[in-house]
Design a protein around this ligand. Sequence first.
Ligand code: 87F
Length: 557
Amino acid sequence: MEDTKPAEQSKSALKKAEKEAKKAAEKAAKAAAKATLPVVGGKKTDDIIGITVSKTENFAQWYQEVVLKAELVEYYTEISGFYIMRPATMYIWNVIRKWFTERIDAMGVEETNFPMFLSQKSLEKEKDHVEGFAPELAWVTKAGDKNLEVPVAVRPTSEAVMYPYYAKWIRSHRDLPFRLNQWNSVVRWEAKQTTPFLRAREFLWQEGHTAHLTEELAGEEVLQILEYYAGVYEQLLAVPVVRGKKTENEKFAGGYYTTTVEGYIPSNGRGIQGATSHCLGQNFSKMFDITVEDPNEQGKHINVWQNSWGLSTRAIGVMVMVHGDDKGLVLPPQIAKIQAILIPVGITKNTTTEDKATHQARFAEVKATLKTAGVRVEDDQREGYTPAWKFNDWELKGVPLRLELGPKDVAKGVVSFARRDSGEKGTIPVEELAARVPALLETIQADMYSRAEKAYREHRVVVQAWDAVVPALDARNVVIIPFCLDGKCEDRIKELTTGRADEDPSVPEAQRLPSMGMKSLCIPFEQPDGLVHGETRCLNPECERLAEKFVMFGRSY
Ligand code: 87F
């Protein structure tokens, strides 16, 4: 090959690359064929329109079917662990983005966009905390057919990308607070099983990175942001969360302390981290040399106090898991692109032309009235589908309110409705629509939150006897226990609660509860009564220490 001309050489390289690409594509297609949903009753479940398993019977498959069939995501079968976010998802994400942006704007946070690649060198700066995450880094090693002189990593988070520039831009205490936020995607090459929204190899999030003069100022912001994260969950997604602080074991290793909002999935009793707001302390400002001159002492430099905070599309997955039912997705009205779907009913071949015309006119009026009232309403006048088929279709997609208008309704001057969340049905007089429908949507939002809040409250149990811990977990609870806060003790608690009961072959696999041990979810800011300092012992029977705090533990995502 030595005497082949360069042009030919690159031609053959191209051919080789093409061949390899073709092979890879064939392999991916095979994997794609396997990645479809399982077979039920001789039919592939993805050929059946509705959800084929109940949420209680097989939660994992139920979830997969809901996110696919409600058209939130599609599997990107080319590369495993990646998902396509379809418009239904992006609508929700954009509502969250708008709500959160309004609030951080008001705080003075500005929007930015940094490159998606990290150099080896900048990674080395924060070596200590990167070490643990190294297996998840994705590297680009080639451009075209040439190896890069220095490979670059795809950002898994942007501290190491951004902070060299913070060092450059932050000069004086007058530059503080310095606050930037970006909405982007990050890549973490997860080795664990991936799940749409909850654990994907690429996900959307916002990451805020700020710098302050003092610990106190940084601390205030940490809590302010945490409250907004709670707001995203509670006010938009109708999902309750517990606010708290992470233990040393569970905090972001590079930071000073981590605050978190923790959610709960009733179907399997697992806890799930909702979003985190970290105070990084001066750790990164020391690593990256981000300093300002001390306003009180000329010539003296102080390292800034930094925070970072992030909320990802995982929130959407939590919402699906909490609210969905056997018919599919159930959307809280706040985040529903279509809040009410108006469907014509009772029109048959026997309906007179005149009645049809009157119905058409009323139908259009109803829709216009609702639009004017600020309701996100659509109508479904598709030909060739029965009303019943349409009902199922919109239920699957989670539309909060179904409105039906038939000749009988027209005669009575009403519109019939059916709530997606509760199934409740009724009628609303046409002249009251503009007031009643928005009110009903608010009620739906509030009721969805209340039901989820009740489920969480009832499954968040204070446990003061060690032997009651595993049974409480098996009953799908998260537990709040007196704990010494020691990291080794926490590791031991995980070991001690890792059980085998669910490996029992006599129990059908789908019904087996997770055997995993529990980890700490957070130290709730709101502490239950009953811990006597200097008296109450740590609940771990092997632990000799006194309890410092009530800590929420659970099996978790
Ligand atoms: C995975 C690979 C490499 C989490 C990783 O939480 C690095 C990391 O640094 C990593 N997974 N983290 C911690 C992220 C901390 C922090 N960053 C800004 C956030 C919120 C947004």
